[in-house]
Unconditional design. Structure first.
Length: 489
């Protein structure tokens, strides 16, 4: 079947997945699906364990905190792990030498035209459904105009007034060490957009030579006051989902757990590796404080560049204390609408820039891309292909009689959950299987820095071992020795 694209651009077939194709009818792009195959995302080797602290609050503010309520919302950018970028056939691999994965489209050269990667739509629909959102069956892309050297076109392709998904929620179970409990946080919207490039600040040394596109003899750098600022466009055009929460969180822990659950969700769905250190999942938080009982929101402050769950939690707790302190000292007027940065070393937030009114991005519909229409069949196929989601898994494990501590551990990583599920599917005792996985096996994985997929022991072997200990064939002590040997050999 001929694939119909705008202006008949010749595209690299590798950018299209066999599972879906586009058809253009009456000037509108239709997404259709042939099968329910999904791409497996690279799984991060080490799960980032959430560590949060409440130590960052100045003692003098403690007595006032109970009189105030913080209102927190989070905007999360999730980089999709598609094989190619959103609108061209360039691949994206984190850490590649600068400007080695670029083409006229993602470099924004005149006359180059975007062609949508159908996988971006599929990922967006998967996330929208998993977040219990309402999908827009007819959506479109828009241009968001702003100038910055890492944005070669002078605009970002995004979605403005018709995001692909709206009005959902995310279920979160708080860790027991922070009091436990279940929370439901609202999702305002999910929209698709493209990432920008990266600026590299150097002192003008030899760095620039190897960072140029030698075969095209293009140097992308800006000499500014003696400092060389270079542009790496590898990341330009990489597909992103921006997920905006409702302002439903009240503490740093809640916000960090929300972000952690979002990471778990995108990994379960296989749409992103969710790695914060590599920038695959980035959080900007908005915080305001108001006296308890007041309906009106306080002045909102934004904190950017939070690259770990622990910094999300600590930056928010610090900012709450700072704002409460200003409230309690009658200096509310000093809380201004601004963007602040979290300084990890000093453990405090500092002003990055004051906001002088809303930026005018002069959005308008992207004329180089057609509207996107989803068919019911396409959405139904994706819905049927969704894996069991973290929340469903936790509730299922809870019903098995496992403690919340066990439930949270096992469901945290979908590979560990799969190992556990396969073990008990063979008839192994549920609690004993959980104990072995959380005990000796987890300890081995932690010491050797390996994932459960990299150990030698199979779920079937673990099941047999548990059965042997249970029926008295071998003792628990021997079982431990066998496990130690079997995970390694
Ligand atoms: Zn490209």
């Amino acid at each position: 079947m001929a694939l119909t694209f705008l202006r008949g651009i010749q595209i690299n077939p590798s950018m299209l997945y066999p599972s879906s194709y586009f058809a253009r009818k009456h000037g509108v792009l239709y997404c259709c699906m042939r099968s329910a195959q999904t791409q497996t995302a690279t799984q991060e080797k080490e799960q980032t364990k959430l560590k949060v602290s409440t130590q960052s609050q100045p003692k003098a503010v403690d007595k006032y905190l109970k009189d105030y309520e913080a209102v927190i919302g989070i905007e999360t950018h999730v980089q999709l792990s598609t094989l190619t970028k959103a609108f061209c056939s360039c691949p994206y691999n984190y850490g590649s030498p600068p400007n080695t994965s670029v083409c006229p489209v993602c470099m924004g050269l005149p006359g180059a035209l975007p062609v949508l990667n159908s996988k971006v739509i599929e990922c967006a629909v998967r996330v929208g459904l998993a977040l219990n959102c309402k999908l827009s069956m007819n959506s479109k892309f828009d241009r968001k105009q702003y100038f910055y050297p890492d944005l070669p076109k002078g605009y970002q392709i995004s979605q403005f007034d018709i995001p692909i998904a709206t009005g959902g929620y995310l279920d979160v179970d708080l860790p027991l060490e922070y009091g436990g409990g279940h929370r439901k946080f609202g999702i305002t919207r999910v929209h698709m957009e493209e990432d920008a490039g990266k600026l590299l600040h150097t002192d003008g040394g030899s760095y620039s030579q190897e960072r140029t596109l030698s075969h095209l003899n293009i140097r992308m750098d800006i000499d500014f006051l003696g400092f060389l600022i270079q542009v790496d466009l590898n990341r330009a055009g990489v597909p992103l989902l921006e997920i905006v929460s409702e302002p439903d969180m009240r503490t740093g822990i809640e916000a960090a757990e929300y972000a952690s659950e979002l990471q778990r969700l995108v990994r379960y769905l296989g749409v992103s590796n969710g790695n914060m250190q590599e920038g695959s999942l980035r959080c900007d938080v908005n915080i305001s404080v108001r006296p308890i009982g007041q309906l009106e929101f306080g002045t909102k402050v934004e904190i950017k560049n939070l690259n770990s769950f622990s910094s999300v939690s600590r930056a928010i707790d610090y900012e709450i204390s700072r704002q409460v302190q200003l409230h309690s000292q009658g200096q509310v007027d000093q809380i201004v609408q601004e963007t602040r940065l979290w300084e990890e070393g000093a453990q405090k937030t500092v002003t990055m820039r004051k906001k002088e009114g809303l930026a005018d991005y002069r959005y308008f519909p992207e004329p180089d891309l057609p509207g996107v229409t989803l068919t019911e069949e396409y959405v139904d196929n994706i819905r049927e292909s969704l894996p069991e989601l973290p929340e469903d898994k936790r509730r299922r494990y809870e019903k098995m009689g496992l403690s919340m501590q066990d439930v949270l551990f096992l469901a945290n990583d979908n590979n560990i959950a799969d190992f556990f599920d396969t073990t008990i599917a063979g008839g192994a005792d549920v609690k004993l299987a959980a104990n072995w996985i959380m005990g000796d096996i987890a300890a081995y994985m932690k010491n050797e820095k390996v994932t459960i997929n990299e150990i030698k022991l199979t779920p079937q072997e673990l099941g047999e071992l548990i059965a042997s200990i249970k029926d008295g064939t071998i003792s628990g002590k021997i079982g431990k020795e066998v496990i130690t040997l079997r995970v390694m050999i």
